[in-house]
Design a protein around this ligand. Structure first.
Ligand code: DNO
Ligand code: MN
Length: 386
């Protein structure tokens, strides 16, 4: 594995020098200032690339070139948006960056109900609480069919807890759910959000998969011509929420994905946090199975609770056996003579990072540095014994 770190650009309080001190050799970033669906111009790409390389880093992966909603919906000006996407791919390749992460999650990127959930040691973690999600859907979004999705038990608990929440807590929950990553969905209000969701009303899982397949059949030939690989990020959490179809959650979904177009360029970002929240996913087995199509690794651990809630645990703790994951990765790498770029996805907010909330949720320096260091040690130990 090569060690990388996500950087959100010049406005990120976690600077390139901080990343250097964490020991990473690669940086993962995007043109966060370009609106979704617009073309990434060469000049803009080079500015970011030069800043990264001036610090002695490689721009190891683009995360992400986002997919415009009209492409996911295959409606409106989607053909223009696909043409823009192709041009962005050609432009990044001409700058020498040929690895591109993306996701196909409708409306939102990852979704959590708590962004600062307090752990016993005083650090904080991202958390997805099923009851709070039900509260959001039933009482904040007021989605009519929400009560068809949740069990009676969950709905009863949601009703009870909602009745105990003060206005500030309700507002906090709304903010937490709507807070997408920078450059994805900013300043979203409930009415706008409801309209965005409503566009997916008649779209089934099969329809969304067909739209992903259509998109890939358009862009993968361009990738092949320019030596680019694409790597889809799985849905997070790996369940349907707010009535939106989620289509990259399981082993079967990944099999479907690679069947859409048979090319090494049609690849996967193997995120152990996202896939690990689904108890049916056997991660070491999936790493071996999809070895040929994995181009990028996100390593983090979630602790699954009963009823589908989970929180982000330390990288080596939680419901995923990180030893088995890293062992599978290193065995595949050895066999295939490859080195996958890896980043310690999210981390806890801890130590001095608790004094400020300026970093992006999940992307404070110290927690990720700790995760990276733990994984580095684990990998070293395993690599000496296989
Ligand atoms: C969650 C994160 C995601 C990821 C994007 C990629 O696991 O890694 O926010 O960055 O979904 O498009
Ligand atoms: Mn991830």
């Amino acid at each position: 594995m090569t060690e990388t770190f996500r950087w959100f650009g010049v406005n990120d309080p976690v600077t390139l020098l901080h990343i250097k001190q964490a020991g990473a050799t690669g940086v993962v970033t995007a043109l966060h200032h370009i609106a979704n669906g617009e073309i990434w111009e060469v000049e803009e790409i080079l500015k970011v690339k030069n800043a990264i390389e001036a610090h002695g880093f490689e721009w190891a992966f683009i995360e992400s070139i986002p997919i415009h909603e009209n492409i996911k919906l295959r409606k409106g000006d989607y053909l223009k948006r696909i043409a823009h996407y192709k041009q962005s791919l050609i432009n990044v390749a001409s700058c020498g960056i040929k690895k591109v992460c993306y996701n196909f999650m409708p409306v939102l990127d990852w979704t959590r109900t708590q962004l600062h959930w307090k752990l016993d040691d005083g650090s904080t973690a991202l958390r997805f609480d099923k009851i709070e999600m039900a509260i959001f859907e039933c009482y904040i979004l007021k989605r009519e069919d929400a009560n068809l999705v949740y069990t009676t038990e969950v709905l009863q608990q949601a009703k009870q807890r909602f009745s105990e929440m003060c206005a500030k807590e309700k507002q906090q929950l709304e903010d937490n759910v709507l807070k997408g990553l920078p450059g994805t969905v900013d300043d979203l209000s409930i009415p706008v959000f409801k309209d965005m969701i409503a566009q997916y009303d008649s779209l089934s899982h099969a329809d969304l998969k067909a739209n992903l397949s259509y998109f890939l059949n358009e862009v993968i030939p361009v990738c092949e011509a320019h030596g680019i690989v694409m790597a889809i990020h799985p849905d997070d959490p790996p369940i349907d929420i707010m009535g939106l179809p989620r289509i990259i959650k399981s082993e079967q979904d990944l099999e479907d994905l690679i069947g859409f177009i048979d090319s090494p360029a049609n690849g996967i970002t193997f995120c152990t946090g996202s896939l690990g929240a689904n108890p049916d996913n056997d991660l070491p087995k999936m790493i071996k199975k999809f070895a040929k199509r994995i181009h990028f690794l996100h390593l983090r651990n979630v602790r699954r609770e009963t009823n589908g809630s989970f929180y982000e645990d330390n990288h080596l703790d939680g419901s995923t056996d990180m030893y088995e994951v890293v062992k599978a990765v290193l065995e595949v790498e050895k066999e295939r003579q490859v080195q996958w770029p890896m980043r310690p996805d999210h981390g806890h907010q801890m130590l001095q990072d608790l004094d400020s909330n300026s970093a992006y949720s999940g992307y404070t320096a110290i927690g990720r540095l700790k995760g990276l260091a733990e994984i580095r040690g684990l990998a070293l130990g395993i690599s000496r014994s296989i």
